[in-house]
Write a protein that binds this ligand. Structure first.
Ligand SMILES: [Zn+2]
Length: 250
């Protein structure tokens, strides 16, 4: 690989992968010209059919951080998240952003906060380059209009983290702790951390910690899906009650 200095002008990461650019163009074209089907069952529908569309917002608390989410990480929701994130279904950004917006609105309503800054959990540069886009940042931006919120990429990764697949819940927390830093100090505006999935909660807890250290008041977090708890009757603040079974690094 040539050095960065020998590579001007710098192309956006997505443009350095011609095959990925073609795939994304094809997905965009398909969105325009093909009848869409339910992402889960294939019935004629735009994104989700009535049977597969997630409904309602639920809440979970991890280490006193309230988390609003739209459903368990499984079935149609899991298929939609993976299709959007890993399989080039750019058309799913809109319906998934609508779901995320519903979670944001419920969180704000419960906290009696009229508006907030949506702060996406940062992805690694390698992940963004691999996918060709920042999937959480895109969802945050698309959730602004229907929530009355702004969005800001106020967090960055301050060090590399290991792939958390296969790590224990305790090890996940240690892997994430101190891994983020706020880009700018809070200006009094409340923040809502947004992400696609919550598993152990270690990533969201680290995002909240980094924002609070920089002076941001944090309302909580809003995500699309949560992995089911292993022991539903357990303490909501205990990271030990969650299933560390998802390979998405959360
Ligand atoms: Zn369906």
């Amino acid at each position: 690989m040539s050095t960065a200095a020998a590579d001007p002008p710098r192309l956006p990461p997505a443009m350095r992968h011609p095959a990925r650019v073609v795939a994304r163009l094809a997905a965009a074209l398909a969105e325009l010209v093909l009848p869409l089907t339910c992402v889960s069952c294939g019935a004629p529908a735009e994104s989700f059919c009535a049977d597969c569309r997630p409904g309602g917002v639920r809440f979970r608390s991890v280490a006193a951080v309230p988390i609003a989410f739209c459903g368990d990480y499984g079935g149609a929701l899991r298929t939609a998240v993976l299709s959007y994130k890993e399989r080039g279904r750019a058309d799913l950004a809109r319906p998934l952003a609508e779901l995320l917006a519903a979670a944001v609105r419920s969180l704000l309503e419960q906290a009696d906060v009229p508006s907030a800054v949506l702060v996406p959990v940062p992805s690694s540069a390698a992940a963004v380059q691999e996918r060709g886009f920042d999937h959480v940042r895109r969802l945050a931006r698309r959730s602004r209009a229907s929530t009355g919120c702004s969005s800001r990429s106020a967090l960055r990764l301050s060090r590399r983290v290991a792939d958390s697949a296969g790590l224990s819940v305790t090890a996940r927390a240690a892997n994430r702790h101190g891994a983020m830093r706020a880009r700018s100090p809070g200006a009094g505006l409340p923040a809502v951390v947004v992400d696609d999935i919550v598993t152990s909660g270690a990533t969201l807890r680290e995002a909240v910690r980094a924002l609070q250290v920089a002076g941001w008041p944090v309302v909580g977090a809003a995500v699309l899906a949560a992995t089911p708890r292993r022991h539903p009757a357990g303490s909501t603040d205990s990271p030990g009650v969650l299933l560390p079974c998802v390979r998405d690094g959360h």
